[in-house]
Design a protein around this ligand. Structure first.
Ligand code: MN
Length: 233
């Protein structure tokens, strides 16, 4: 089997991006031992889609899923196999500048681990056009299948009938980031608020700032009253 080194596999990814402009990782991090993480990013670019990425072969093997993954076993979702992404993309959340490739906002919609259902090698399975896998995420769980349709990059993503299947389940009903708790709108408003390499904390929301202001006002008021009551006059 021909398996290019992960650095070569990222050529297509790098060719599409200007890393002096976008905050996305350039994929130059040191190679890491084989892992089995998965991530789904909700990406509002020119068209909303979800990016499903499975760690395998030293990269994130990626599909763009326009309507997003679902736990509903009756629904087949179109998934377009896209260029491999660097492992550093795993927790990327932020804004991609307008006019750049994929310009828009990205949240880490779900993450966790995945396992090939029949122990198959993920890189080979993708080459062969069929991958059955189990995920343990915060939103997604259970067995999925990705099946290539024809000779192009169009695949179908579906959830199997298992104990984790939920009829009618819609990813749009679960809009918050599992990394920061933020929505795409909140990330767009403050894209760098929680972005720092591999560490993050939830950004302060407008409501929280208001609550903080309210506390300060009432504290000042109480201190003021206290001072009046105890003034020696
Ligand atoms: Mn995308």
């Amino acid at each position: 089997m021909h398996m290019p080194r992960s650095t070569d596999r990222l050529d297509r990814y790098r060719a599409k991006r200007d890393f002096t402009v976008t905050a996305e990782p350039s994929g130059t991090e040191a190679p890491q031992p084989a892992g089995n993480r998965f991530v789904v990013q909700r990406h509002r670019a020119s068209h909303l889609h979800y990016d499903l990425r499975l760690e395998g072969g030293g990269v994130l093997i990626s599909w763009a899923v326009p309507k997003g993954p679902t736990l509903d076993p009756a629904v087949k979702r179109m998934a377009v196999h896209v260029e491999d992404h660097p492992l550093g993309y795993f927790d990327f959340e932020g804004a991609i500048p307008k006019g750049e490739y994929g310009g828009g906002d990205v949240i880490v919609w779900d993450w966790g681990t995945w396992t090939a259902a029949h122990g198959e090698d993920p890189v080979q399975a993708v080459e062969d056009g069929e991958l059955h896998f189990d995920v343990e995420g915060e939103k997604l769980a259970g067995r999925f299948a990705l099946v290539r349709r024809g000779a192009g990059e169009q695949w179908l993503l579906l959830h199997k009938h298992d104990e984790f299947a939920i009829p009618g389940w819609d990813p749009e009903d679960h809009p918050r980031s599992v990394k920061s708790g933020r929505t795409n709108d909140e990330v767009r408003e403050a894209p760098t608020a929680s972005w720092s390499h591999r560490t993050s904390w939830p950004a302060v929301t407008a409501d929280e700032l208001q609550a903080l202001d309210d506390i300060r006002v009432s504290d000042a008021w109480q201190i003021g009253e206290h001072t009046l009551k105890n003034s020696p006059t």
